[in-house]
Ligand binder design. Structure first.
Ligand code: IMP
Length: 505
């Protein structure tokens, strides 16, 4: 006979935190959000990989590319570069994150000496940059011949046919710096020579990057940055349980700090075989997470298989229709609570603490607080990050409002067969995700600052200065349907919804 769980399957929206005593020194500025990313023998050793903030970005083409990875690592989280692309392309994205030097910009608008003033103006309009390097072949890393800025031409006096070579500031008049220059040293040169930009060149005088005067302040180091021992940004990468023998070596070679098997349902032999292969070839040096699971059995299976962390969540993602199409899944809150208990039991039995990640279904910022309070060590978000400037998807105007495109890995658009494959023939014959828009929300930095402040504030309400303390002290209550109504603004007429309000959307 089928097994029936005693508890219904519940979502984050059905819970609230009940405040505890807040000591006077428990203020948001004193809260640490550090949290373990991979397994370790808690109490005996330090966790080898710790997140500064408990947020990672989803393994999705609409969310996690190298640009997102750099932005998120700067704020203390981590991206998992999407695996639904060729091995070469994914490895190249990882390598770009590892090679990224804050403040060192690879120029995207470049000139060759035989281009015309008309082309300069066209490029300036297209990219919005007024500083354009001139290289022998017109590429971002060609031999540097000069630079063109707005000070080099006067549209009202010059012919649009004039050649770049005739009006650029030539190489011999430029101040440049060698490739191993630090951001601080580059900034000093910029100040000493009153420059607006400084070209960085290699030993062959080929252009490596530009450093801009205006960027220095925004790139001063951030205390939460996720940096490896060589001070490079840290990055994760998604893999699948099919081509790991080729993909894993390429990603490791490119510098990935941690891998994660990306699957909609991870309680399977395929994941075990993938982890075993990694252990056989790399021992414990390559960190690998697995998932997704939604109960204690699934967690235990992956922890026993050697997973470095376990991801929780089936059917809760904002773009997910798995529950509708296949009837599998579990409310994200119930799944997180049960897996957290299994994680603690596993720790008591083995001394090994296997971090767990609540993946999908985070709609409001306070859902992050709830997931952590319920025992998650960190959360994975797709929709949240897709809304920002840094996500790879297009920003489009829909009915007068800016939106970003956001599509599921199981949608017809992504066709990420590997994520839904159960090991038989290639067989995604139905969709498990949708293609959608999400409201554009601006920069990652600004949004995360608010989200994390809310989280810290909630933790203080519960008297906690660290995430483990929060998990220990949190008091959670189920809410009734009517108390959910009470929790929102109610019995007032909201100004932007009031009839005749000028900003009615
Ligand atoms: P969100 O943060 O609620 O948007 O959920 C993101 C999570 O949804 C991802 O990390 C995946 O676990 C999951 N996911 C991504 N694509 C799909 C899909 O097409 N169908 C179902 N789940 C998906």
């Amino acid at each position: 006979m089928a097994y029936y769980f005693e508890e219904p399957s519940r979502t984050f929206n059905e819970y609230l935190l009940v405040p505890g005593h807040t000591p006077a020194d428990c203020v948001p500025a004193a809260v640490s959000l550090k949290t373990p990313l991979v397994k370790y023998r808690k109490g005996e050793e330090e966790c080898p990989l710790t997140l500064s903030v408990p947020m990672v970005s989803a393994i999705m083409a609409a969310v996690s590319d190298d640009k997102m990875a750099v932005a998120l690592a700067t704020e203390g989280g981590l991206s998992f570069i999407y695996g639904n692309q060729s091995i070469e392309d994914e490895a190249a994205m990882v390598a770009r994150v590892k090679d990224y030097k804050a403040g060192f910009v690879t120029s995207d608008a470049n000139l060759s000496p035989d281009m015309t003033l008309a082309e300069v103006v066209e490029l300036k309009d297209r990219y919005g940059h007024s500083t354009m390097p001139v290289t022998a072949d017109g590429s971002a890393h060609g031999k540097l011949l000069g630079i063109v800025t707005e000070r080099d031409y006067r549209l009202s006096r010059m012919s649009m046919d004039e050649k770049v070579a005739d009006f650029m500031t030539p190489r011999e008049k430029l101040v440049v710096a060698p490739a191993d220059t630090t951001l601080k040293a580059a900034n000093d040169i910029i100040w000493d020579h009153k420059l607006n930009s400084l070209p960085i060149v290699d030993a062959d005088d080929c252009l490596v990057a530009l450093v801009f005067r205006k960027d220095y302040d925004s790139h001063k180091s951030n205390p939460d940055e996720m940096l490896d021992s060589h001070k490079r940004y840290m990055v994760g990468a998604g893999i699948n349980s099919r081509d790991y023998a080729e993909r894993v070596p390429a990603l490791v070679e490119a510098g990935a700090d941690v891998l994660c098997i990306d699957s909609s349902e991870g309680y399977s032999d395929w994941q075990k075989l993938t982890i075993e292969w990694v252990r056989e070839h790399y021992g414990d040096t390559v960190k690998i997470g697995a998932g997704n699971v939604v109960d204690a059995e699934g967690f235990r299976f992956l922890a026993d298989a050697g997973a470095d962390f376990v991801k929780i969540g089936i059917g809760g993602g904002s773009i997910c229709i798995t529950r509708e199409t296949k009837g599998i899944g579990r409310g994200q809150a119930t799944a997180t609570i049960e897996v957290a208990k299994a994680r603690d039991e596993y720790f008591r039995e083995t001394g090994v603490y296997v971090p767990i990640c609540s993946d999908g279904g985070i709609v409001y910022d306070h859902h992050i607080s709830l997931a952590l309070a319920m025992g998650a060590d960190f959360v994975m978000l797709g929709r949240y990050f897709a809304r920002f400037d840094e996500s790879p998807s297009a920003k489009v105007m829909v009915n007068g409002t800016y939106m970003k495109e956001y599509w599921g890995e199981g949608s017809a658009r992504a066709r990420n067969w590997g994520r839904y494959d159960l090991g038989g023939k290639k067989s995604l014959s139905f969709e498990e995700g949708v293609d959608s828009y999400v409201p554009y929300a601006g920069s990652l930095k600004d949004n995360m600052a608010i989200t994390l402040l809310k989280l810290k504030s909630t933790m203080c309400n519960c008297g906690a200065l660290t995430i483990p303390e929060f998990q220990d002290k949190a008091k959670l209550t189920l809410v009734s349907a009517t108390s959910i109504v009470e929790g929102g603004a109610h019995d007032v007429l909201l100004k932007d919804k009031a009839p005749y309000a000028s900003n009615t959307r």
